[in-house]
Design a protein around this ligand. Sequence first.
Ligand code: ATP
Ligand code: MG
Length: 571
Amino acid sequence: MEEIFSPNHPGNLQDYEKAYREFNWASLEVYFDWSKGGIYNIAAEAVDRHGRGSRKDQVALHSVQANGDVKSLTFGELYRRSNQFADGLVKLGVRRSDRVFVYLDRTTELFISLIGIVKIGAMAGPLFSALGPEAVRDRILDGEPSAIVTSPYLYQRIAPILKDLPIVPLFIILGDKEGLEGTVSYSEVLASGSPDFEAVDMGPNDPYIIHYTSGSTGKPKGVLLPHKAMLQQLLGMKYVVDIRDGDVYWCTADPGWVTGTSVGIFGPWYLGNTIISYEGRFDARTWYSLIERFKVNVWFTAPTALRMLMKAGDDLVKEFDLSSLRHICSAGEPLNPHVVRWGVEVLDRRIHDNWWQTETGAPCISNYSCMDIRPGSMGKPVPGVVAAVVDENGMELPPGKEGFLALRPGWPSMMIGIWKNITKYREYFYVPGWYATGDQAYMDEDGYVWFLGRADDVIKTSGERLGPFEVESALIEHSAVAESAVVGKPDELRGEIVKAFIVLRPGHEPSDHLRKDITNFVRVRLAYYAYPREIEFVAELPKTRSGKIMRRVLKAKEGGHDVGDLSMLED
Ligand code: ATP
Ligand code: MG
């Protein structure tokens, strides 16, 4: 019998099929002030109307510092300070359409800066503060920002690369700028601006952000998202994230990634929800304690984090009161069925996997609170989005048949371009009539979408095509396996053989015996050609800064070819 997890709480979406059939984007316009004569700007929708209105004294953000201290901002405070920062930027000469990067730890000023930049009609460029000097240099050379907001410590980190830049942007320093030549101080910029600044009226297709992709498949691309993305981000909050009025919400993604802004900042603030942000690094105990302490109702995280929580053990979960949690989402990487099962068994909650990309700007395929979850499936397209599995001519493939995952262009949060790279942008549309996602998938008889892998990661072995995800998912069901990455290794006889890299759970040691045991365990669960003929035990897997497994690094090592851009590889 097929494994299914049925809905366990009534959600915002009652009947998916009906909503999908009857949906039109215009129905969401009423949620926004611009539909009632206000200006068109996503920062104004996220902050200003609450800051001036009935929510002005409600907390918009609890920012938890690495040491546990909390700084909170009400919508009113956020409104005034982001106005001041916006006006301060204008007084510095920053203009509409300029890029302004924010390279800061997750402090309140990160949020104030992002909102301020978007208010003046400039493009915010959030950079994850864990990025190293080379990654920052690449982005400065590409994005040519007129200003960068950063801290003295991060400024010092990237100082070595500044002398090689053809044009050095203006640095706005949060904190003591003593000795940092040619920079201006954040507090002075703020002090120079008016708290009554009016956000600039934008067009629906004007960009508000430049988000660099994660770099899983190559050099990160600078994706431009338009102000009209707000429609789909709001839809995502209602139907995918399933947020309700009064909910406390924690999205663990850094604002340097699209999840961290689209459903991490703007989405929840359109609806006036209080969000949590945590400055520190991942730690299982701290994460559970934050849910307990802030009575988080809705939680959005990623498969790698969930696997790390699993690795920390089930006893730890019992030490915390997680009863406030109602809805959990995961995105960014495939969610193994084993993790979904763990959610139901140990957290007593379903984890709702959803699929999207930096380029899509908001969730496009998802599991919904009203729908059965088939573990391992990403769910069904969100209302308003047409998704299909197609061949290279754009012909839709029948159920069960593997092919390219594609979307019908024109969803509101679709990127409007890749910064300074029209060729790259056009490549997404090489399949006639479709936007090609670069992922491989199939659809089942009932329209559920199943992820196989990135097109680049698909393994060709013994004349068969195989996605790494199903092999990895089988491997982590073994009690000794915490994480795994599977790649194709060149082989004269079979084209490629399946090779698995495995990180063991605490208390297990690598041995030939364990290798055999794991092989036998997965062999009976997979097609005859799919079990790994080679297993290598490793202490860690190569991951991007956003925590995604970088299979191309392992694959290049096995194939003896160049690994390509490594600026996004974690330390
Ligand atoms: P780059 O484009 O620079 O190589 P990236 O594709 O990892 O990096 P993102 O835009 O952050 O950059 O990630 C989008 C990709 O992440 C998707 O194309 C898909 O491969 C993967 N992904 C996202 N969500 C899911 C999910 N729910 N299930 C499976 N894969 C997912
Ligand atoms: Mg990508």
